[in-house]
Design a protein around this ligand. Structure first.
Ligand code: NAD
Length: 304
């Protein structure tokens, strides 16, 4: 057991949903003293059955914690959990380290980090890439904003939940890097869908067209690893009716965050804005829970 692990032996984990539950289970398996809290009591019970201590409130969860990890749905939840009167900043013990792995608005992440620093806490924003499968397999990528020194202390803990820990810059930089990646991914998924649909509408075989693009300059991850057109690849969401994977609703959330970040600095993101609108249209048509590669359905339906 390393010195760092002893320093951060007592961990509070708040937010035990699709991602937080398997992440917390991995910390429990790694031998940390884990105290968990979620507003949904059933979510707490799963971790208690695995040996963690259940708490009935945020204050109880963080009281003895050296490290507080949070994995919450969206910006307003992080704000509430950290900044409310009975929240983490009011109740955590002096000198505790705080890590928010939720994907949230970058300005809010900076605001929470500034308040935390003013109260004497060290804080990182550390959103993740890798989805539920990555959380279960402890193979997530953590994209971290905050001080390098704080990250060095927390890194051994993050490595129990992920394979890659990348420092992006100061407070909020983890959120910005994550949404830059996901904005590009959304654009690439729509572009790949359009190209394949255009080729097929002109009589091409989608497998042949995919293999040609994969050896040409249009190659990209959506085409080669996660092809959105049914029948081209096995073991991807398009091969199973777009069930599972990364929901269109979550992609739309990240595209919306990218637009907020762009507006804050007046950065032009016309394709990001268009991608966000297309995903919203796709969700309005009832596809929010389907994997984000199901945007192919929108592209191919609009063609008819
Ligand atoms: P989720 O909705 O399944 O889980 C969030 C959990 O937080 C829920 O159990 C909820 O009850 C709990 N919660 C909400 N408010 C709370 C509060 N005030 N106090 C305590 N608990 C509270 O969401 P998820 O899929 O686990 O995603 C979590 C975060 O990770 C999101 O920001 C999401 O964008 C991001 N993310 C998700 C994925 C994915 O594939 N699901 C991938 C990468 C990043």
């Amino acid at each position: 057991m390393t010195t760092e692990k002893k320093q951060l032996q007592n961990i509070a984990f708040i937010g035990l949903g699709n991602m937080g539950s398997p992440m917390a289970l991995n910390l429990q398996k790694a031998g940390y003293n884990l105290t968990v809290f979620d507003v949904v009591p059933e979510a707490v019970k799963v971790l208690v059955a695995a040996g963690a201590r259940g708490a009935a409130s945020i204050a109880e969860a963080v009281a003895a914690a050296d490290l507080v990890m949070t994995m919450l749905p969206a910006t307003q939840h992080s704000k509430q959990v950290y900044l409310s009167e009975d929240g983490v900043l009011a109740a955590a013990k002096k000198g505790a380290t705080l890590v928010d792995s939720s994907t949230i608005n970058a300005d809010t992440a900076r605001e929470i980090a500034a308040e935390a620093t003013a109260k004497g806490f060290e804080m990182l924003d550390a959103p993740v890439s890798g989805g539920v499968a990555g959380a279960q397999a402890a193979s997530l990528t953590f994209i971290v904003g905050g001080s390098v020194r704080t990250l060095a202390r927390v890194q051994p803990v993050l490595e129990k939940m992920g394979k890659n820990v990348m420092h992006a810059g100061g407070p909020g930089a983890g959120q910005i890097a994550k949404i830059c990646n996901n904005m590009l991914l959304g654009i690439l998924m729509i572009g790949t869908s359009e190209a394949l649909n255009l080729g097929v509408a002109n009589g091409l075989d989608p497998k042949v067209l995919s293999s040609i693009i994969a050896k040409s300059s249009g190659r990209n991850w959506a085409l080669e690893i996660y092809n959105p057109m049914p029948g081209v690849m096995e073991n991807v969401p398009s091969a199973r009716g777009y069930i599972g994977g990364f929901g269109s609703q979550l992609m739309a959330k990240d595209l919306g965050l990218a637009q907020e970040a762009a507006q804050a600095v007046h950065a032009a993101t016309p394709l990001g804005a268009a991608a966000w609108q297309l995903y919203q249209k796709h969700i309005d048509a009832g596809n929010g829970k389907l994997d984000f590669s199901s945007i192919f359905k929108l592209v191919s339906t609009d063609s008819k």
